[in-house]
Design a protein around this ligand. Sequence first.
Ligand SMILES: Cc1cc2nc3c(=O)[nH]c(=O)nc-3n(C[C@H](O)[C@H](O)[C@H](O)COP(=O)(O)O)c2cc1C
Length: 438
Amino acid sequence: MTKQIHLAAHFPGVNNTTVWSDPASGSQIDFASFRKLAETAERGTFDFFFLAEGLRLREVKGRIHDLDVVGRPESLTVLSALAAVTTHLGLAATVNSTFNEPYELAKRLATLDHVSGGRAAWNVVTSWDAFTGENFRRGGYLDKSDRYVRAQESLRIVRKLWDSWTGDDLVLDQASGSFAREGAGAFADAGPHFDIRGRFGLPPSPQGRPVIIQAGDSDEGREFAAAGADVIFSRHGTFAAGQTFYKDVKSRLAKYGRSDESLKIMPAVTVVVADTDAEAIEKAAYIREQQVSGPTALVLAELLWGRDLSAYDPDGPLPAEDPVVGSSVTQGRVGYNDPFPIVAEWRAQAEANGWSLRQTVINQQNRQTFVGSPTTVAEAVNRHVQENAADGFVLVPHLTPGGLDDFVDRVIPLLREYGVFRSEYSGTTLRDHLGLSR
Ligand SMILES: Cc1cc2nc3c(=O)[nH]c(=O)nc-3n(C[C@H](O)[C@H](O)[C@H](O)COP(=O)(O)O)c2cc1C
């Protein structure tokens, strides 16, 4: 059976995919930018619009890392504003389960579901590190091994709160003056992280349960997703890695009594479209040069080596020293558990190809997934989905807010022609777009 493709638009943020310094790049903060990208996604009948989250500014050697975007607005606030200027587009917020309380999470997400008419999604992330924790009341209090224990418990309670009102709890009888049935929203829950009871303050939202997205890659993360997520936002965008990840995660569903269709896998990918394949390849090389400036190449190498490499010339050879394991040269970014084989691979490639440090970073960390003419890109996107490397994609443009115009104007019409992507929305909620039941 031909699978239908799911698509989401990622508003660029941190990481060096975004080229905020490009003259064609607009504001990363003005609402007008969010609105423009969301409108483009809705014009393209995308499933949803996606906002990532960072709870502490990244640092390199104790200083703000301002090579990436710094100073991003809070996601649920932005998405609530977008709800008023869009009609069908799903609105997905990344919100951390370690530094938030379930009651607060349930209420904010249900509110977004109410104000958007059933378009809310929660991307549950579990960053737990002490560096991030310093911004919060309890500091860096959570052990890494507990991140999914707390996430599981948070999700279970959030669902309990969403389910705490039954269909007829909202009486709204103006004649008798009865607003809600006694007992509405009553809940109690106790576990290792929470012991709470009370009443949930909001009647059921249009989706009942907003869509749950997960974005962690460990074994525990995959298990968490298999047990309770509707969508996985993965980093496995290439064909082979995508197929391996897809098979792994889908094979975990049966033990939770779930079908393959109940969990959609949507890797983050980039797209470069031009009139011909040759032009697109040239354009992609230019974008890579912008994404990995000399200073960015050094920071990415410092993340791998765990050392201060500021004395090195990015256009010169790779550092001669050994990497340091577990260093905190770069804070707020996932480091490398075992950098030695990666450094060895970089050195071998640099030597074989005569690459400088910067050229090595550009080639070793290539993020460009789909590059080519509109037909080449449309065929590749469709192949990945039909051959189970993904159920769809979260597109991460390198420019704000015009970075998806080419895809929407030139690739989407082809996917529609192939009969693998909608021409108009058939439902009103995000669950409808994703083909998910409650
Ligand atoms: C594709 C992807 C996107 C992510 N986006 C975010 C994010 O926006 N904010 C955040 O705090 N963590 C983000 N994370 C980090 C995950 O929540 C992180 O991996 C988690 O803290 C640790 O879980 P893990 O060990 O299962 O990977 C992302 C992870 C992946 C794989």
